[in-house]
Write a protein that binds this ligand. Structure first.
Ligand code: NDP
Length: 254
């Protein structure tokens, strides 16, 4: 369908080499976009690029440490050099350090905020000029249920993810005049490496997630493919500044 067609578009997915990022990258590739996988792990990224090429997409790896501003800017420059344009930026890379708030070293706090929030801001800034020059663009920022709820063992993570929503709204209002739409996606509990670690560390987590999620299951990365295509395509041209849960109903239940 033309509304959702991404042929000729160039997308960057940070952390696109696994988990939710790869789920979104597959959606974009299936809709016709060329997809750049931007992350640190070259081997894992090569496997993701091969999977995306297997779907018939152009794809490549661009090294990125999102916590390092020069690396963010160099990645965008590299994409522009190689493809000549940047249409879609999916800010998905993220991490957490689990502890009670009183136990964080300041360096640990900074590491989470640098990765999940500051890097997103730097990448959005770097993407702005080329998107404006092209006449528009799409930015999709990944929040969390912790954009809404607090987390006793996730103070910097929930702070960063709350910030993602407000950053997305601010950029959306500033850049609407440039035809750049900026939205946030708030995934519920999705089965990935990140949450598999949490499941190993936190007794009873699996049962709590299943009981608390109205859909009665964990999400899978492919559950995020459709929202990625929607927010990257012409179908969402009048949608900006939204924070959309993709959570099997988690955030809706009292
Ligand atoms: P994964 O741990 O599976 O993937 C995280 C990705 O981020 C990896 O591809 C990793 O690649 C990349 N990454 C981490 N740090 C950096 C960095 N400094 N620079 C560049 N890339 C980095 O996690 P998920 O797929 O579960 O999470 C993806 C996003 O979704 C995150 O923002 C997370 O907070 C969010 N989320 C996840 C939920 C879930 O239930 N899984 C729920 C709500 C939100 P590499 O190591 O190669 O750099």
């Amino acid at each position: 369908m033309e509304l959702f067609d991404l042929s000729g578009r160039v997308a960057v997915v940070t952390g696109g080499n696994g988990g939710i990022g790869l789920g979104m990258a597959k959606g974009l590739a299936g809709a016709g976009a060329a997809v750049v996988v931007a992350a640190r792990n070259a081997e894992k990224s090569a496997a993701a690029v091969a999977a995306l090429e297997g779907l018939g997409a152009r794809s490549s790896f661009a090294p990125l440490d999102v916590a390092d501003p020069p690396s963010c800017r160099a990645m965008v420059d590299r994409v522009l050099d190689r493809y000549g344009r940047l249409d879609i930026l999916v800010n998905n890379a993220g991490m957490s350090i689990r502890k009670p708030p009183e136990s964080y070293e300041l360096g640990e706090w900074r590491q989470v905020i640098d990765t999940n929030l500051n890097g997103v801001f730097v990448l959005c800034q770097a993407a702005y000029a080329p998107m404006k020059r092209q006449g528009g663009g799409k930015i999709v920022n990944i929040g969390s249920m912790m954009s809404i709820f607090g987390g006793a063992y996730a103070a910097p993570y929930s702070t960063s993810k709350g910030g993602i929503v407000q950053l997305s709204k601010s950029l959306a209002t500033a850049w609407a005049k440039d035809n750049i739409q900026v939205n946030a996606v708030l995934p519920g509990w999705i089965d990935t490496e990140l949450t598999r670690n949490a499941r190993d560390q936190v007794a009873g987590l699996n049962e709590r997630v299943l009981a608390r999620t109205p859909a009665g299951r964990w999400g899978v990365p492919e559950d995020l493919s459709g929202i990625a295509v929607f927010l990257a395509s012409a179908a969402s041209d009048f949608v900006t500044g939204a924070a959309i849960p993709v959570d099997g109903g988690y955030a809706s239940e009292f």
